[in-house]
Design a protein. Structure first.
Length: 218
């Protein structure tokens, strides 16, 4: 699925089928945030006045590139995880041994369907945390690109976490479910905190503070 063009991906998403759905779109948003982060860091490298930031920006380029590739693969992985859940629910259950096999397959498929977006959320948060360095130390001409990366990453984290939570309710292993539920709460809180810090820094950026946002066209 990651090889589809944007036009094809959006058309596939708009189709009346369950995949790709919110999980895949969350992974795509996180990959886009990583790509923007990579761009902003790249635009900072070699820029006069940013010599002291060279090392950190090169590190961000490398990490963002790796996350972009991983998150791009996750677009397909999320869809595949959901299809495994559907396949498990479609298994026969007429006899005792079939019922047991089906129940076990459903449990494993649901766990996998929760773990895939959980990893997207973790990776999306890693991207989001990069953006704080980018908006504070990156190329000032690309500060709003850093802001967009932060907002995309935050949306990706929250979207992925909702996809984790929707699978937890049917998982019978309550220890597993409780652990992931706790982690989703921690990740959500951290994502909201970091985005708030990043956007506050952007709003104070020279050249943006003089712009008044108002509903009055006059």
């Amino acid at each position: 699925m990651e090889t589809l063009s944007l036009t094809e991906f959006f058309a596939r998403t708009a189709d009346h089928e369950p995949v790709p759905g919110g999980g895949s779109v969350s992974a795509m948003a996180a990959a886009a945030a990583a790509a923007l982060s990579e761009m902003v860091a790249g635009l900072t490298i070699g820029r006069k006045g940013h010599e002291e930031d060279e090392s950190s920006m090169r590190d961000i380029v490398d990490r963002a590139a790796a996350l972009r590739e991983k998150l791009t693969r996750a677009v397909s992985q999320d869809a595949e995880a959901y299809e495994r859940v559907l396949a498990a629910y479609r298994m026969p259950r007429a006899k005792g041994d079939e019922i047991g096999a089906r129940s076990e397959a459903i449990e494993e498929a649901l766990k996998n369907a929760a773990l895939v977006p959980m990893e997207v959320a973790v990776d999306g948060l890693a991207v989001l945390e990069m953006t704080e360095t980018l908006v504070r130390r990156g190329n000032p001409n690309a500060v709003t690109d850093g802001a967009v990366a932060a907002m995309m990453a935050r949306s990706a984290v929250l979207g992925a976490l909702y996809n984790v939570r929707i699978n937890l309710k049917d998982i019978k292993d309550r220890v597993f479910a409780a652990d992931l539920a706790r982690r989703t709460a921690d990740l959500r809180n951290r994502a909201m905190e970091v985005e708030g810090t990043v956007l506050a820094a952007v709003d104070l950026f020279p050249g943006l503070t003089c712009v008044s946002i108002t509903n009055d066209p006059a």
